[in-house]
Design a protein around this ligand. Structure first.
Ligand code: AHR
Length: 329
């Protein structure tokens, strides 16, 4: 497993009918939310946070970045340096080293993939700066590499999707459209889904969590697996790309080829209302307030839980337009 132990699911018995819920790093963009700081500046009581976001690959990521920036504002007591790594691990590692050089109070980051962090995590540990992991997880040999982690239970998301398939489409022939290979979200969703309906999967490929690459992967899959009747996509953006590929092939998404997705961003849920998606397992990106609370406690040396699971829900085609319109993201 990973550098953390996951204890439980944030899904409150999710069922099919539950329809309630870049500093300039090389190649990356950055911005600093405040011009104060703790070290001798005019913002002496602000908590200086270096946040390395992995990219802007999806609607989910955009919503997560907005939530993080809104919560880690100067008004709320933070001096945030935010760096977008553009989905490149080397950009993230450079940003993390920059944060060490700046001697920030807390380093937070969403690791694009699970492995490859040993060296830089050891450097951070040697610097004494506490680490808060956000969204995705790491697989490292470094002992006790982070203080706390906040994110979703990706394995449970895959399991919830699999259970819906087992109940509603037990004969489906499934193509699995995977996220960035080696990312926590990909590894764990694959594991959770495969444990339930692995024998129904006829093919897999990665769409790197983007709409464009999702479309390309499905165009190829339609040729390679002409008998597929369902796509399990690891996020909505790739599923939306899949819709384009399916329609271009003269087939009807949601009917000829069912689509089960993860995220629950507005465009994904709109596809559910439009009957082009069949089921969506939420991955809630709006946890900036919880993150801010954790970072404050960490900066103050207070106890925090080793992990915080963000609560997710799940949606089927009974979701209404009004519910979609009321979504925050
Ligand atoms: O790590 C969370 C995943 O990353 C989301 O499901 C996906 O949309 C994003 O790119």
């Amino acid at each position: 497993m990973k550098g953390i132990t996951r204890a439980r699911t944030g899904f409150a018995g999710a069922v099919a009918t539950l329809t309630v819920l870049a500093l300039a790093a090389c190649g990356g963009g950055s911005d600093s939310a405040g011009d104060g700081g703790t070290d001798g500046g005019d913002g002496g009581d602000l908590i200086r946070v270096g946040f390395s976001q992995l990219g802007a690959e999806s609607g989910w990521r955009t919503a997560n970045t907005e939530s993080v920036k809104e919560s880690l504002s100067e008004e709320n007591g933070f001096d945030l340096t935010f760096v977008d790594a553009q989905q490149k691990q080397e950009n993230q590692i450079k940003a993390l080293r920059d944060f060490i050089a700046q001697d920030v109070d807390v380093i937070a980051f969403s690791p694009v993939i699970e492995t490859g962090w040993d060296e830089v995590l050891q450097e951070i540990k040697d610097s004494g700066i506490p680490v808060v992991l956000v969204d995705r997880t790491v697989d490292t040999t470094v002992d006790d590499p982070f203080v706390t982690w906040i994110g979703a239970d990706f394995t449970q998301e895959g399991t919830t999707a699999g259970e819906w398939v087992a109940e509603n489409a037990p004969d489906a022939k499934i193509f699995e459209l995977q996220g960035t290979l080696g990312s926590g979200a990909q590894v764990d969703r694959e594991e959770g889904f495969g444990a339930v309906v692995g024998d129904q999967i006829i093919g897999k490929a990665s769409g790197n969590f983007t709409r464009a690459e999702g479309k390309t992967a499905v165009e190829a899959a339609l040729q390679a697996y002409p008998d597929m009747t369902m796509i399990f996509t690891h996020n909505d953006d790739m599923g939306l790309g899949a819709i384009e590929a399916i329609e271009a092939a003269g087939k009807t998404p949601g009917t000829d080829i069912q689509i089960v997705s993860v995220d629950g961003v507005r465009d994904g849920l709109q596809a559910l209302v439009d009957k082009k998606f069949n089921y969506v397992v939420e991955c809630n990106p709006v946890f900036g307030d919880q993150l801010a609370e954790l970072i404050t406690k960490v900066a103050n040396g207070e106890d925090v839980p080793k992990e915080t699971i963000v609560i997710d829900e799940a949606f089927d085609q009974t979701i209404t337009q009004a519910e979609v319109d009321a979504r925050a993201y």
